[in-house]
Every structure is written in C-alpha cells, then in structure tokens.
Design a protein around this ligand. Structure first.
Ligand code: AHZ
Length: 309
C-alpha cells in the first residue's frame, strides 16, 4: 500500500530537503487499493438541500442582530476578523463579502506574482497566525500570498462566533440620528446578493435585507467598481464633506499612515485598510501587505473599545 511506503528524507534537486512522509489517517489509508468495494453512504437530494438551507437561514436569523459587522474580506478585513474572533469569542461577528471568493487582492503578491512581502513588524502577525516566511532583514517574504490568505481564512472560518456571508454585497448603511445631539450613528448594514446588486439598473425594485450591529468595520479597499463603498456613501449622506482621494505610491510612508489612521470615522463605523486612503488622501503602498494586517488588528482594537475590552 502506497501510504505504507515511508519516503526517507531526500533531496529534490532544488536543494530542498523533502520531509519524511507522515502517512494518511487509517480510514483514508484503508481505501487505497480497495476501490472495487467502494461505495458512498446513501442520500436523498432533499437531505442535501435541507442540510444547506436550514443552516443558512438559521445563520441569517442569528446574525440579523450581530455585535460587529465587517464589510469586505480582503487582507485587512480578515485580519480584523481573526483578531476579534480570538480576543472575544463571546461576540457575534458577521463578515459580508461581495465576492464569491473572500481574500480581496491578497491571493497574489503584486503584478500576478506569487510571493507576498510584509515589512516588519508585521511579521508578528504572521507568527500569530502561523504563516512561515523568509526573513530578509527589514521585511519578510511569504512564499505565496495564497498561503497567508488561506491560513487566516481557515482560522477565521473555524471560529464558532464568526459567519462569512460571501457573494453578498453591502448596498447601504443603517443610520440612527441621536435625538439630543442630532448626530448620525451607523447602526448596521443593508445587504443583498451581489448578483442582485449588479442588476438594480435593469430589473425593477429588488429590496434588500439588513443586519443590525452597534459597531461596523469597513475594509472595502480603494476606489474601484466595488471599492471604498462605505466612505463614498458617507459623503453622499453628508457625513463626510469629501474624500481626500488615494494618492500615488510611496511605500515608505503609506503603510505607517494607514495603520496610524485606522479609526472610527463616524460613530459606529471604523474604517481600515486601503478604504482609509480614500478618506485621508493617503498614499498607496503597492504590493506590501504589512499595513493591511496591522490595520486589521487596530480596527479590531478600535471596535472593542465599545465592548469593554
Ligand atoms: O470584494 C471586495 C474585496 O474582497 C470587498 N467589498 C468591496 N465592496 C464591498 C461591498 N460589500 C461587501 N459593498 C465589498 N464587500 O472588500 C474587499 C476589499 O479587499 P481589498 O483586498 O481590495 O482591500 P484591503 O484594504 O483589505 O487590501 C488592499 C490591498 C492593497 S491595494 C494596494 C495598492 O493599490 O497599492 N496595496 C495593497 C496592499
């Protein structure tokens, strides 16, 4: 049986030492060489439908009242979710991601290259989540951006207090006006299936759904077809006078600015990651991701201030 053949440490020709094969679990191992007797357990189609829909609608029901909503599951949103989920397993956290595949721009390092660069001290976050890297002095390199994104994503998805609603767009923000001060507070998000959101121009009214939450983190990236969603909406609802607009690339200064300025922009709404560059007129940093991870950590800290950290 294949699994019983232990591969001793060998050199693959690239100077990389192959580790000893650990072997498969007994149950998987027992399948090898035994396919003629193989059969799946029986099922009826409706059982599959109910297994999916019951859980999804139970989640919609439970998360209609959340403690925190994170808009966007890019590198910043996922880092915020990881930090919150780990620090506060008692809070209910919904992530709303417009794309089918979460991760935003963090599946590749830059210009479709694989490696992801993070400047120190963001290596601390890689140590925290358990992503290996090569140390290059002032910065570290993860061998594939997808390794970072998939590792953080898998940890976030395993947290029992976090639900990812992907293929779901935030179409608007829920607002409340304080009776005394007249100030507006963000009190939740307005959602729709992304495919529905994309057809508001050619179909008659398709009303959305809502999630109430006392604190929102918006990390929808810089301006683009979907990006900078919340801050553009804040301008159109006259809660921000105007956007500064993301400036040209300056790696040296951009990352410090994003992390330092991650903050509550309007009561109830913390903005992090590249969406923030549109508010402040901050530079972009291009393909170096340390600020995204640490802006996520800081965004988590900012929202936790209202939950008695
Ligand atoms: O799909 C979007 C993406 O996954 C999602 N999103 C945007 N609008 C949304 C909406 N509802 C729900 N209305 C929405 N989801 O938000 C995610 C943003 O991810 P991102 O990777 O674009 O942003 P980030 O700030 O986490 O990371 C930015 C990475 C960049 S851009 C950049 C440069 O241009 O110089 N450099 C870096 C490191």
């Amino acid at each position: 049986v294949l699994a019983n053949k232990k591969v001793e440490g060998s050199n693959n020709g690239n100077g990389v030492q192959a580790s000893k094969q650990e072997g498969l679990t007994k149950d998987v191992e027992s399948m090898l060489g035994n396919w003629s007797n193989f059969t799946f357990a029986p099922i009826r189609e409706s059982q599959v439908s109910r297994a999916m829909t019951r859980r999804y609608f139970a989640d919609l029901d439970a998360y209609a009242e959340s403690d925190i909503v994170i808009i966007g599951a890019g590198s910043c949103g996922l880092s915020a979710a990881y930090t919150l989920g780990k620090l506060r397993p008692d809070l209910r956290i919904a992530i709303v991601e417009a794309g089918v595949s979460p991760g935003g721009g963090a599946w590749l390092g830059g210009q479709l290259f694989s490696a992801m660069v993070m400047r120190k001290p963001a290596d601390a976050f890689l140590d925290e989540v358990g992503v290996p890297y090569e140390d290059e002095g002032h910065f570290v390199v993860v061998k594939h951006a997808a390794l970072f994104t998939s590792t953080v994503l898998s940890k976030v998805l395993q947290m029992p207090n976090i639900k990812l609603f992907n293929a779901t767009a935030v179409e608007d923000l829920i607002t409340r006006r304080d009776a005394g001060t007249g100030d507006v507070r963000i009190a939740g998000v307005v959602t729709n299936w992304t495919l529905v959101s994309m057809h508001h121009d050619d179909q008659s009214c398709m009303d959305p759904n809502t999630i109430n939450a006392p604190m929102i983190i918006s990390t929808t990236g810089h301006d683009g077809p979907f990006g900078a969603f919340s801050v553009k909406r804040l301008v159109s609802m006259k809660q921000l006078e105007q956007l500064g607009g993301m400036r040209g690339l300056d790696m040296q200064t951009a990352e410090d600015a994003i992390v330092k300025n991650t903050r509550e922009i309007v009561p109830g709404l913390v903005v992090g990651g590249m969406e923030l560059s549109e508010v402040d007129g901050a530079n972009r940093m291009g393909p170096t991701f340390g600020a995204m991870a640490l802006s996520g950590v800081k965004a988590a800290e900012e929202v936790l201030k209202v939950f008695d950290l």
